[in-house]
Design a protein around this ligand. Structure first.
Ligand code: ATP
Ligand code: MG
Length: 572
């Protein structure tokens, strides 16, 4: 590929619309262009990087025994009605009507389509397990598309779906996929972590997210500083604090706290720690009120609350709603005598002689104790874990880091197979629903995440396995024909050795070529210029550490080949 003839529309200025570095750099380096909100054209270099990721994904999925197919993007409403998701999915599902008044949608995911395909074609346990995947453009009408390829409306996903005869088989397939994902992201040359994620009603440790570690990530990961424990915020647990030793419950007391509503104001006024206060928060859980008890210094994790209550959605009630529901102004709520269902975080159930609102304006109650003064319907871990907490497995310190979710594996169980009546016959002739799993990778997001993780002030720094091109060869000849001839012959030699190379033979100053090479993040930069004229040497610079090696032209191709092979295998 010759630079002068390539479609690489680089920009000098950082476009104002781009907030995150990967988006800025992909626009500046001519990798992508926006068509409309959340919808991008992938230009040759952007597409080349995407294709590299796809190829690694494909190889590892095939190695794990999955088979590639390609499903339709347009899906009929009837299938989604069978699964119940036509109603449930919400506005991210782009629905439309065709000329025959048939309702359809653009596929945001393919559980329905694949389950339909399998129920019509697989009838016997002898054909199981089966794992099918595709790499395809998905459409999700995201409410806030942003950050370029990171959260598009149209994006490329690898999605796989597995079908097993029983739970044991499904767990084994899940493990296989987990290992395949570890290999995929290692081979992409990325620093990542697999974290436990919320698996909703399925339960157990059967959902993991794969996070590319980057300070700019949208997600927070809780990870142990010592052992391998890691989870996302929705799932993270912590070591429980020890139960207090034999503290005698004291008699309940009402105390005036004029105008003191917030945790900070109340605790300062009463000269107690927030750890000695319990706050009472009213939520609307699928529209129904429930009061949640939490220690003063803790915050609610809403997904945990949804799981405990078995609801889709919880929303904190506003001041007016709280007053309408309880007759008490916010800030003075407490569990004693409250007439709505109560649930509590585990830590609250261990506390003794704590302070709560007295359900009366300007008053709090002290020396409150669970079970004696109030009872809760349920208690569970409901809180957000913080960096102050300790690992639930080994007790060491936890730390919070940021990450970008690039993959998600999930054990589905029989949710879809039951809804769509997808069954096979076991060896005794019984009809059994398939036990399913699904496994996604945001292929286009992986490229953006790789840039978030690997860049400097000059541009991108691609890990070699997913770089759009492995080598950029700069002809720095000016008017020197001998240099041009050498650069041309080296270019041909590299091509003959199947090395991906772009020859920068533009009529530009060296400074411009250096800048562009850095911006594009190409791992190896070869320079034929002054050193060649003086001593016949080609300079080889590695983008990630700026190290320069000078070699005779005759040795250059072999050296480049060696580095490439090393980088490709060391990532495995
Ligand atoms: P998110 O929480 O980021 O919205 P999700 O839970 O909706 O992700 P999945 O349904 O599990 O994502 O999709 C599988 C993978 O597809 C994700 O891990 C992510 O890498 C990618 N992905 C999801 N939504 C987008 C998007 N809008 N743009 C680009 N990639 C996406
Ligand atoms: Mg989403």
């Amino acid at each position: 590929m010759r630079f002068s003839q390539s479609f690489i529309p680089t920009l000098k200025e950082t476009p104002a619309e781009a907030e995150v570095i990967s988006h800025q750099l992909m626009l500046r380096a001519g990798f992508i262009r926006k068509l409309t909100s959340g919808i991008y054209s992938y230009l040759p270099l952007g597409l080349a990087a995407i294709r590299k990721v796809e190829q690694i994904v494909r190889e590892e999925m095939n190695r794990a025994g999955a088979q590639e197919l390609l499903l339709p993007m347009v899906q009929p409403a009837e299938l989604w009605e069978e699964s119940g998701r036509w109603q449930k999915y919400g506005p991210e599902l782009l629905r439309f009507t065709d000329r025959h008044e048939r309702q359809s949608c653009l596929g945001p995911t393919h559980e329905e389509v694949i389950t339909d395909l399998v129920r019509k074609n697989i009838h016997s346990y002898r054909r199981l397990p089966l794992n099918l995947y595709q790499i395809q453009t998905k459409f999700r009408d995201e409410i806030r598309p942003r950050f370029g390829l990171m959260r598009g409306r149209e994006f490329i996903m690898k999605d796989a779906y597995s079908f097993d005869a029983d739970d044991k088989g499904a767990s084994a397939t899940y493990e296989k996929m987990r290992r395949a994902y570890e290999r995929i992201f290692s081979r992409c040359g990325l620093k990542f972590r697999a974290v436990e994620a919320d698996s909703g009603s399925i339960g157990g440790n059967f959902s993991h997210e794969f996070m590319v570690l980057a300070d700019t990530g949208e997600d927070t990961i809780v990870a142990c500083t010592k052992c391998s424990y890691a989870a996302n915020m929705e799932k993270a647990r912590a070591m429980e604090s020890p139960a207090p030793d034999n503290i005698e419950p004291k008699p309940l007391e009402k105390i005036e706290t004029p105008g003191k509503r917030k945790v900070k104001a109340v605790t300062q006024f009463l000269k107690i720690s927030p750890k000695e206060l319990v706050k009472t928060l009213v939520f609307l859980a699928d529209g129904r009120p429930v009061a949640v008890l939490l220690r003063g210094d803790h915050e609610v994790q809403e997904v945990k609350l949804c799981n405990l209550l078995g609801v889709q959605e919880v929303e904190l009630a506003d001041d007016k709603e709280v007053y309408d529901i309880t007759g008490v102004p916010t800030g003075y709520l407490g569990p004693v005598g409250l007439k709505i269902p109560l649930v509590a975080d585990l830590e609250v159930m261990k506390m003794v002689n704590f302070t709560v609102g007295a359900n009366e304006k300007n008053f709090h109650s002290q020396n409150v104790n669970p079970n004696r003064d109030f009872t809760v319907e349920k208690s569970a871990d409901l809180r957000m874990i913080t960096a102050e907490d300790c690992c639930p497995l080994c007790g060491a310190k936890l730390e919070l880091t940021r990450g970008i979710e690039v993959g998600h594996i999930f054990k589905l169980g029989t949710v879809y197979s039951k809804a769509l009546n997808a069954c096979f016959l076991d060896n005794e002739g019984n009809e059994i629903p398939f036990v399913m799993g699904c496994y996604g990778i945001g292929v286009s997001r992986v490229v953006a995440a790789a840039i978030e993780q690997n860049h400097d002030k000059d541009g991108m720094i691609f890990p070699l396995p997913i770089a759009p091109v492995q080598v950029i060869l700069l002809n720095l000849a000016g008017k020197d024909d001998k240099i041009t001839a050498a650069a041309e012959s080296l270019y041909q030699e590299l091509l003959a050795d199947n090395i991906e190379v772009i020859l920068d033979e533009r009529d530009e100053r060296p400074g411009v070529k250096f800048k562009d090479a850095d911006l594009l993040g190409i791992p190896l930069r070869l320079m034929v210029g002054k050193s060649f004229a003086k001593e016949g040497k080609v300079e080889i610079r590695t983008r990630k550490d700026g190290k320069v090696t000078a070699l005779p032209l005759a040795e250059t191709t072999a050296y480049v080949r060696k580095i490439i092979d090393q980088e490709l295998t060391s990532a495995e």
